[in-house]
Design a protein around this ligand. Structure first.
Ligand code: DOR
Ligand code: ZN
Ligand code: ZN
Length: 424
């Protein structure tokens, strides 16, 4: 055995004092006692699978003044995320096989975590060509950042059929462009009025009514309480929730820094989402890490761009909620690790034989306050400044220690998860 990691491991839904045997970066054995060339003994600390953040915007290429794969992936790693799935609304957008290849080369040369790339859906795009290299497809049903709006599902019916045939997931930004108002905005209330709950429910209904055999639809960032009843449809659609829609609402004092699509809604919405999370009604949690610079966010509210960073703070905030018993550990591991791995076909997110040895060591008794200047995103701010959180002590990527006590120590380069999956 190359390497053995010992501690209180999250294994098959329980915590148990175990040894994880690792060979060639993968978990090869799990047992009470194992010998290895190198042994890391973490005593009674928790060993959890590292997280997969299945919704991030690394801004690379095109807006690398906000973020790039180097800074964004470093932020991910320090937050216990060893795999990020990047969205296609970059410049150029990821809608041709060439753009996808180029982004893959960029990510492989800069990222310190593994990555998958979404391709964008537009009328006439080469779905087959894109499916070979993309981790999934992304459909924007309303105008937001970037130029990938598809206002009518009818205009991409052939493309959706081709996506169904490819077996890849269709992730949807579900807001209905027809119901979106474009009145001037001076604050979060106005932003919510322009993108009311009906905007989301109408889009989700349209997705639900799509009759495309075999299409695997994933609803991104569910934000409205009225959407919840629409999701109990026999498991045909899967769903994502974000930390900001669970923790923040329109009464936030952050102004344009909290301007995001879909918008922050009422307190009742946020509470309903949290209850649904506890009941296991979401498949995944993802950060929708969407960094913009402080200068951009300080523009007049109406002109400020939408989105907020979150890839580094998601796991630490959720671990704090586990510590405070607001959330079960199993719920966190399921939404942040296991389900994203299953949905997107990535052999990560589980302490089990054959999975990549992507792990985090956590001490649930040690919380620290989130501080923007200790985070790694290029955008250099966070909506969660001052909040208590539990940052992982150690993060492993494919069997290598990458961060220890908040410092980068590993040298692994990020790999494309589509390649990783294909090699199995
Ligand atoms: O607020 C948002 N920001 N919503 C999106 O759909 C896109 C994202 C971004 O790319 O900034
Ligand atoms: Zn979105
Ligand atoms: Zn997004």
């Amino acid at each position: 055995m190359d390497l053995v990691v010992k501690g209180r491991c999250y294994y098959e839904g329980n915590l148990a004092q175990l040894c994880i045997g690792i060979e060639d970066g993968r978990i090869s054995r799990i047992a009470t006692n194992l010998d290895g060339d190198t042994v890391h003994d973490y005593g009674s600390r928790l060993i959890l699978p590292a997280a997969i953040d299945s919704h991030v915007h690394m801004r690379d290429p095109g807006a690398t003044h906000k973020e790039d794969f180097a800074t964004g992936s470093l932020a991910a790693l320090h937050g216990g995320v060893t795999c990020v799935l990047d969205m296609p609304n970059t410049d150029p957008p990821t809608i041709t096989p060439d753009a996808l290849k180029e982004k893959t080369v960029t990510a492989a040369s800069k990222s310190v975590v593994d990555f998958g790339l979404f391709a964008g859906v537009q009328p006439g795009v080469d779905i087959e060509g894109l499916a070979a290299g993309a981790v999934g497809f992304k459909l924007y049903m309303a105008g937001t950042m970037g130029d990938l709006l598809v206002p009518s599902l009818g205009s991409v019916e052939a493309e959706l059929r081709a996506i169904a045939a490819s077996g890849k997931v269709l992730a949807a930004h579900a807001e209905d462009e027809c119901l979106r108002r474009k009145d001037p905005e001076s604050g979060l209330e106005d932003h919510l009025r322009n993108r009311g709950n009906d905007c989301e429910t109408s889009a989700v209904r349209k997705l639900r009514e799509l009759r495309i055999e075999g299409l695997r639809t994933h609803v991104c960032h569910v934000s409205a309480m009225d959407t919840l009843p629409l999701l109990s449809n026999g498991g045909r659609m899967t769903t994502e929730v974000t930390p900001h829609h669970l923790l923040l609402d329109k009464d936030s004092k952050l102004g344009a820094f909290a301007k995001v699509n879909p918008p922050l809604r009422k307190r009742e919405d946020r509470q309903a989402l949290f209850k649904a999370l506890k009941e296991g009604r979401f498949d995944t949690m993802a950060s929708d890490h969407a960094p913009h610079t402080v200068e951009e966010k300080e523009e007049d509210f109406d002109y400020a761009p939408c989105g907020m960073p979150g890839v580094e703070t998601m796991v630490p905030i959720m671990l704090q909620l586990v510590r405070e018993r607001h959330l079960a550990l199993s719920s966190l591991v399921s939404r942040l690790c296991e389900r994203p791995g299953e949905l997107f076909g990535i052999p990560k997110g589980r302490i089990g034989r054959g999975y990549d040895a992507d792990l985090m060591v956590v001490d649930l008794t040690v919380s620290t306050d989130i501080k923007a200047d200790r985070l790694h995103s290029k955008c250099a701010w966070t909506p969660y400044d001052g909040l208590s959180a539990i940052f992982p002590k150690v993060v492993f990527l494919r069997g290598e220690v990458m961060t220890e006590d908040g410092s980068l120590v590993g040298e692994r380069a990020g790999r494309d998860v589509v390649d990783i999956a294909a090699a199995r």
